[in-house]
Design a binder for this molecule. Structure first.
Ligand code: ZN
Length: 347
């Protein structure tokens, strides 16, 4: 693996059309039973093969085995009734019909551990696994039991920690928690969000990451982004809290976003997973564009702490677009890596 500026994907990649409806977020499976299990594993093999072939250093399952980055995890917990649905506003942005928390939430068994073991057996490269973050989980449900977002988040954090420890034992190198809610509920991030996240990551030897983005390139997100003005400064409030937290890696979006690059300085000392690939546009970045984004970031993060990635998941893209973007990411990162190696003092 490239130890300088390793590349990775944030999470999801498009699924093959024989597994689920393409270019659709959260689309239902086309198979069931054993055939579905086999198809998911085949899709995961393809995802690994393409990442590896296209120069991605830290590979993921491309979320081929799950339908939704939050709900699939929650489906495996007791205490949540998927039949009792309520309409709530997700991330203060769009209404969705969600399941109800009706009792104490508990993880009766592992959720992703078998999938992670399969991933581990499929590749020798470092692997990263994504889990939802506690606050984002809370924000995807109607709570009729705890009646407190903080209390429910704490319960989820405990459950996530159990799962993360098993993923670590299965050989996962980096465990990433997805917390898009951190860009919305800034007061809660301060009050209990970061503490709940640290609880989820407690005692892990694997590296831990938190991914905070402005969402997939879907209409509700794009409309929301249009209201955020010319400079997106949400990170300004959360980064100092994360800088002093126990989390190792902070994943943020940058390419084509209105996030001022100098906000990364607030994370100095932490590893930064920088989004150099836009997931809201099908236009393929040129390697030079990727290189330019990374060069700008290097003003604010040490080279040995920079990881190059996409802004967010790429599930909604046509497959050829997502794969071409992976190639652009590694080609662009390669340019900067060479520049750094050339300018490094010879010993
Ligand atoms: Zn994201």
């Amino acid at each position: 693996m490239n130890t300088l500026l390793p590349t990775t994907v944030v999470g999801s990649l498009p699924k093959p059309s024989w597994l689920a409806e393409p270019e659709t977020l959260w689309s239902p499976w086309k198979l069931e039973g054993d055939a579905l299990l086999e198809a998911k594993q085949d899709a995961l093999r393809i995802a690994i093969h393409e990442q590896s072939r296209r120069g991605i250093d830290i590979v993921s399952d491309g979320e081929q085995t799950r339908q939704h980055f939050v709900t699939t995890f929650i489906e495996h917990l007791s205490g949540v009734d998927f039949e009792q649905r309520k309409t709530v506003r997700i991330r203060d942005r769009y209404d969705a019909s969600v399941p109800t928390v009706v009792g104490a939430v508990r993880r009766e068994q592992s959720v992703f551990v078998e999938d992670a073991k399969f991933l581990r057996a499929t590749t020798d490269q470092p692997i990263k696994w994504t889990l939802p973050g506690p606050m984002t989980m809370v924000d995807t449900l109607y709570d009729d039991h705890y009646k407190s977002r903080e209390k429910l988040a704490w319960e989820f954090a405990t459950i996530l920690n159990q799962e993360a420890k098993e993923l670590e034992a299965a050989g996962v190198d980096i465990i990433q928690f997805d917390e898009p809610a951190f860009n919305v509920f800034l007061d809660e991030v301060k009050d209990w969000g970061v503490a709940a996240l640290e609880r989820a990551a407690e005692g892990l030897r694997a590296e831990t990451a938190v991914h905070i983005c402005y969402g997939y390139g879907i209409k509700a997100n794009n409309d929301w982004k249009a209201t955020l003005g010319s400079q997106w400064r949400q990170y300004e409030e959360t980064f100092p809290l994360l800088q002093s937290s126990s989390i190792d890696i902070i994943s943020l979006e940058s390419q084509n976003s209105h996030v001022p690059m100098d906000l990364i300085e607030l994370l100095r000392g932490k590893k930064v997973m920088l989004g150099a690939i836009d997931v809201a546009s099908e236009t393929i970045e040129t390697p030079e564009e990727v290189a330019d984004t990374l060069r700008k970031a290097l003003q604010f993060v040490d080279a040995d702490k920079l990881i190059a990635s996409s802004n967010c998941g790429m599930a909604p893209f046509p497959r050829d677009v997502a794969l071409a973007k992976l190639s652009a990411l590694s080609a662009g990162t390669g340019i900067v890596r060479e520049e750094l190696e050339r300018s490094a003092p010879k010993v």
